[in-house]
Design a protein around this ligand. Sequence first.
Ligand code: 3NM
Length: 217
Amino acid sequence: MIKNVLNTDIYAITDSKLSLNRNTIDVVKELLKADVKLIQYREKYKKMGEMLKECLEISRLCKESGACFIVNDHVDIAILSKADGVHIGQEDLPVSAIRQLLGETKIIGLSTHSPKQALEAEKLYKDGLLNYIGVGPIFPTKTKVDVCEAVGFEYLEYVVQNCTVPFVAIGGIKKHNLAEVIKHGAKCCALVSEIVSAQDIPAQIKEIRTIFQGSKK
Ligand code: 3NM
């Protein structure tokens, strides 16, 4: 059976451009202090060497805390840093090729933005190649520059009703709209700017968790 890492409420994703000049390692330490169990390293503007160095350290910290560590896009860095897996987009290498590189035990997540992509991902999941999908952007977001228009709740509901692949809702999710996303069926949500741009990350995580607890169906 393919491993499900989305059995947690918050999926935190790094972005040093939005982190109020804090370095990524310090942000990850704050996330771990707040007991976040799923962290993705997503840095679009750093050199490969710097990313590898940071991922080696984050991988170690996550192992120490029992958190799952996913690297965005860079399979090579994921392998070298002994991360738990990678998260890729529709334009990256096919999931089957990445599975070949990573082996059976690692996590592979794939961003999806339409019912067609969800159905393709569902097949990959049933074939034991893919672990989870991202579903978004639910709301408009400035964090991901090359992403399509917001898909709204329509696409989220489609996935809830038609797919068995584990999914994480993403894109423009903030404290003020999180309850609605959960009510539409999302059990795991990824928030980038809302978490990494917070002055006090553990306090922000606590508030987000309270919303999760108050919104469970
Ligand atoms: N992926 P924020 S939207 C990284 O729809 C990412 O696949 C998306 O950032 C997708 O929480 C997104 O700051 C950015 O809106 C989410």
